[in-house]
Ligand binder design. Sequence first.
Ligand SMILES: [Zn+2]
Length: 279
Amino acid sequence: MAKTMNRRQLRAKLALLLLLVVILGALSAGFLISEKRVHAAAPEADASDTAPAATTEPQTEPLTEAVPAAEPATSALPKSANNDPIIVSPTGDGWETTLVNLQYRLPEGYEPTLAPAVEGSSVQLDRRVAPHYAAMYAAAKADGCILTPYSGYRSYARQQENFNRRVASFVEQGLSEADAKAKTQTRILPPGCSEHNMGFAMDVVSASADFVETKEFKWLTEHAYAYGFILRYPENKTDITGVMYEPWHWRYVGEKAAKEIFQSGQCLEEYLGAAAAKQ
Ligand SMILES: [Zn+2]
C-alpha cells in the first residue's frame, strides 16, 4: 500500500516536473522570438540614426528631391536628354536661383544690367543683386568685418583671358592641352559657365585659400544666407559642383533659397535637383 502511494506520488511529481519543463521551454522560446524581433529591427533603427540629419529633417520640397534621377525641383530648370549644354537666362520668376555651370550656360554674349561699382571699389554686380551685397557689406561692417570686393562681374572676354592664361600655365607645367583644360575647369569656368559672367557672385577679400582663416569668412558662414548669399562651392561638394573648394566665392540666390540651402547643407545643384555638373 505504502509502495503504491509512493509510486503515485512519484508519478505526480514527475508530471509536475514535466509541466514545469514545458512551461519554462515555452517561456524561453517566446523570449527568444521577441529577442530576435528586437535584433531584426535594430539595423533599421541604426540606419535612420546614422543618416545625415540634413536628409532626415523635414524640409521644403526641393530639398527632399535632390536625387539626380528625380524631376528637377523647379519647373524653371530645363533638362537635357543627350547631355548637351542647356542655355539658361537669369530672367523672369526664379531668376535668383538660375543655375550656371558647365552644363547650364548663359546665352552667347550675355551681358547683365550692372549696378554702379560696389562702394570703395571698381567691382560691379547685376543691378538686382548689388543692393543685397551692399546690405550684407553694411551688416558685416557693423560687426567689424570688412567684406572687400575682389571680383564680381566679369565679361566673357575677361573670363576667356583668365581661362586661357590658366590653361597655358598648366601646359607649361607639362600637362597635355586636354588635361590642362580639364584641370582649369575645376578652378576657372569657361565663358558663359561662370556666375561672374552673370554678375551674381562676389569673390570676397581675395581669391585665396587663406580666406578660410579670416573673421570675414566666419561671419559669412554664419550670416550670408540672411542676405541671400551662399557658399557656392563647398569643400564637401566638389564632385557635384565640379569646382574646387572656393571659400571666397559667394553667390546670390535670394533669401528663401539661401536659407534653405544653408539649413540643408546642400549645394545649388542638389537644391535644384540638377545632375552633377559635367566635368
Ligand atoms: Zn568667384
